[in-house]
Design a protein around this ligand. Sequence first.
Ligand code: ZN
Length: 194
Amino acid sequence: MNLQTFNPQQETTDEIAKDVRHTLQSIGEDPDREGLLRTPARVGEAFQYLTKGYNEDPDAILRSALFEEDYRQMVIVKDIEFYSLCEHHLLPFFGKAHVAYIPNGKITGLSKIARIVDVYARRLQVQERMTTQIKECIERTLQPLGVIVVIEAQHLCMQMRGVGKLNSFTTTSDFTGAFNRQETRNEFLNLIKK
Ligand SMILES: [Zn+2]
């Protein structure tokens, strides 16, 4: 956890801590035993960090590094590591996002693509919606000739509960514009495999 750039709100920490203390009691634990004393506050801080994407504006992040450029080839950012929480169980799902777009006069900083993946991941999510939100954000801000987003992830809510095979990956994709052509999609899929 990068605490240097993150300031949890004390008021929110206290609110969550109260609930966590109650949860600990509900499962038959003693929240006053030594190992658990600071746990409610820690969970309060951790949850604010893990959901900090609600307070960030992904469109603004892309617009903050927008450049006019007459480049019309595929721009690919692959293997963007992310960590998110499934909204059904509040358990982690994590993996890699691969993003490509074909500019139509405007490009953005490559690191900004990774940033917006992080912003959407730091909210309660389902993998399918996160995939589409990243695609739509790039569409809205860059108005490119096409965008594709592929996400491969492992879901602890499946693995820990014994649903499905251990280490199985869920892959989602969403695309638009030029990527409706199978040939363009294949070019991208070949490039992310390497
Ligand atoms: Zn889940």
